[in-house]
Design a protein around this ligand. Sequence first.
Ligand code: PAF
Length: 296
Amino acid sequence: MIIVRTFGEVRAAAHSAVSLVPTMGYLHEGHMSLIGAASQTGDTTVVSLFVNPTQFGDSADFVAYPHNEARDAAIAEAAGCDIFFAPSADEVYPLGHRVTVSVGGVGDAMEGRFRHGHFEGVATVVAKLFAGVQPRRAFFGRKDAQQLAVVRTLRDGLRFPVEVIGMPTVREQDGLALSSRNTQIGKGVRREALSLSRALFSAADAIEQGERDSAAIAKIARSVAAATPQVEVEYLEVADSMSAAPIEEIDRDAFVAIAAKVGGVRLIDNIAVDAVTLATDRGIMLDKQSILYEED
Ligand code: PAF
């Protein structure tokens, strides 16, 4: 594996078509599954590490975001990365934040209501990565279901010739969806954080038993979340997988999404639903403790 800092160096070093895994670092098994899938394609696997300031509304959240490049480079290499791309802010934003990409309605609901400007930041940085790295395939986690819809809209709208591949959510042994933010959850409220996955799994059970009505599904999930008053739910929605717009019933492929604050840490999670079979995708469970908790 080589470590490079500029888009030009990535293009010069890639000797075949590229599979790209964009990340903001502090890698965990979820990222490793994306990198593993990318390297299985036989393409040159590029992992980018860039903590993108423009997608954080709150500068305190940006500053608190965990960062350790040496740790991430070692994990990426072990997972199959060929080129580790860790650019500076100037490389990504040579004109400052002057040129931006907006994707319209797909970013408006759910995260868009609570994190103004977030998806413009995501769409802008992903567009720069697609334009600068020129991947044939790009891998993203389905844990960020609305982000995946935003990236697909961006790809279609700007006609980037890239296949966007969504990979299953990876969960800790107790069901908590893996996120670099899990390291910020205080020990005292760790158990309370499980309320998110419990609420979603209860929704998934109801859906698998035939429930298609979004209000009924949300009511079941909300009542489970309400049993943990320390968890402050921001939204709980059933949304169309493609447009990320809330829907009244599951008559197309959908996801049930939740966002909540636990001990001051904001977490999101979702489960995907197949509209024809009503099968749900709850993701993959780790069988041992995550590398997130290993000493640096
Ligand atoms: O999902 C993430 O880690 C980020 O939003 C992404 C896609 C790398 C863009 O900064």
